[in-house]
Design a protein around this ligand. Sequence first.
Ligand code: UT7
Length: 327
Amino acid sequence: MPAIPPNVRGAIITGWGTALPPKVVTNHDLEQTIDTSHDWIVDRTGIHERRVGGSTVGLSVESGRMALEMSGVDPLAIDALVLATTTPDRTVPASSPAVQTELGLKCGAYDVNAACSGFVYALVQAHGMIAMGAKKVLVIGTDTLARITDWSDRNTAILFADGSAAVVLEAVEGPGQLLGWDLDADGTAEKFLYADVGGYIQMDGKEVFRRAVRIMVDSATKSMNHAGVTADDVSLVVPHQANIRIIQASMDRLGLPIERAVTVLHRTGNTSSASIPLALADALDNGRVAKGDLLLLVGFGAGMTAASAILRWGGTTADGADATVLA
Ligand code: UT7
């Protein structure tokens, strides 16, 4: 993918929101039903507990509303809604029109399914729409993987969970936050992670692990090259929250200390399309992001897909909205 051309109208994130179902499932809860242990799960994945429940539409409405409120944007001013999800509530239609209606939006609404890379795919698409004239786009990442997880399969039940997070993206004059991006897919690796219609997630964990590190680092490197930056310039990595060992190995290969990665998986598990925006929101809420910081969003997922984006935090819209910083 070539670098972003000069003079393209950019965008900034002016609000964000999150939604997690109230039901907590701990590793100790899983010990009651499958042959596993809290220590094994923590040691091999970093996950302590996860949230389970809710629908894709319901969680999306919750996180989307929170993001709209933070940004102060009138729902009627949103030009498009992009919902990244690999678990729509129905096969037909997409879940986004119901979210659009419940949030009081009057705009196009569609789902993007790139599995755990979905939020970055959607974010890049939203930037494309803004370059083509849209002014405000709501981007949501939501998954309800519990519904397609076989809770008697210890291979997958320890990993997957439900959640949602959203951002409001607003146009700015001139370049915005996005400095470089990369979207990848390799259909030959589909067999390592999939769910048939009506079926449960099937996974070759070892093979997914092996490929995940490689494709995340490859994608991140392409985005950094397009943005004209190096790993040393990156203030914070916001990785897909699949497994702490995958994050650790990727950070090692990028030559970055683990302290520069955002992790929420200990309390969320793997929430697929929601995982990167949940981690981003956590970093923003905890004041880990300052104006001028360079963020690397990077993920991988079923497909197999990979995606990454380099964002320079900051910026102001024509009507005066700032990229919010809570620090
Ligand atoms: O969004 C992408 C989603 N997918 C992923 O990110 C998956 C990536 N892969 C992984 O995260 C890891 O491969 C797993 C966490 C799924 C598995 O970890 P691992 O270190 O690859 O374990 P393993 O499959 O090599 O199993 C090691 C041992 C085996 O026992 P023996 O043969 O050494 O005696 C397994 O039978 O651990 C055993 N084991 C378990 N023990 C307790 C496998 N699963 C479990 C379990 N609890 N849940």
